[in-house]
Design a protein around this ligand. Structure first.
Ligand SMILES: NC(=O)c1ccc[n+]([C@@H]2O[C@H](COP(=O)([O-])OP(=O)(O)OC[C@H]3O[C@@H](n4cnc5c(N)ncnc54)[C@H](OP(=O)(O)O)[C@@H]3O)[C@@H](O)[C@H]2O)c1
Length: 144
């Protein structure tokens, strides 16, 4: 990478990815954007035992959503799950063990999750998705 590009990236990083960058950007956030109803909606979050994943899991659990945490380490995952349940009072927080660096395991996991009946399908007649049999994901992902 050229010195120019490194410099631009460094300045962008300082302005947008640091704590002060977040604080300055947050002045333009619209609080109404966060007022979404996630009751009965299920969310699968990879890397949910720390960082952004855990933060997302806590926020969704606080709002009453169903959280499926996908973690590679059961001990760290269970510790985070208990913390999220205690902090939010939401018992609908589930832990799944999966190493996202193993594609074959991801396919196996997706198949067994689909067959488990925990997978929510989209029901246009309901305002929120209900946990019914079938597989019809509306997926947004941030993977580690
Ligand atoms: N932080 C930011 O500002 C930012 C901005 C944009 C995008 N992102 C992206 O968002 C993601 C999370 O960022 P973060 O800052 O929250 O990172 P982090 O604190 O390092 O969290 C990473 C999480 O991913 C898990 N993980 C790592 N490898 C895994 C694997 N093979 N299988 C399953 N889980 C695995 C870790 O589990 P263990 O505890 O087992 O290690 C940990 O829970 C990254 O991809 C990052 O590039 C971050």
């Amino acid at each position: 990478m050229s010195i120019y590009r490194s410099g631009v990236w460094f300045v962008k990083g300082l302005r947008e990815y640091t704590k002060s960058g977040f604080q300055s950007a947050s002045k333009n956030f619209n609080n109404a954007d966060l007022e979404v109803n996630v009751n009965d909606r299920a969310f699968m979050i990879t890397g949910a035992n720390s960082g952004i994943g855990k933060c997302a899991a806590i926020t969704i659990a606080q709002k009453g959503g169903i959280v499926h945490m996908v973690c590679r380490d059961v001990t760290r995952g269970e510790e985070a799950r208990q913390e999220i349940i205690t902090q939010t009072g939401n018992q609908d927080v589930h832990l799944h063990q999966l190493d996202m660096s193993k594609p074959r395991d991801i396919f196996k996991f997706a198949k067994s999750f689909r067959e488990s009946g925990m997978c929510p399908a989209y029901d246009p007649a309901r305002p929120n998705r209900q946990p019914v049999q079938g597989m019809n994901f509306h997926v947004k992902t941030i993977v580690p």
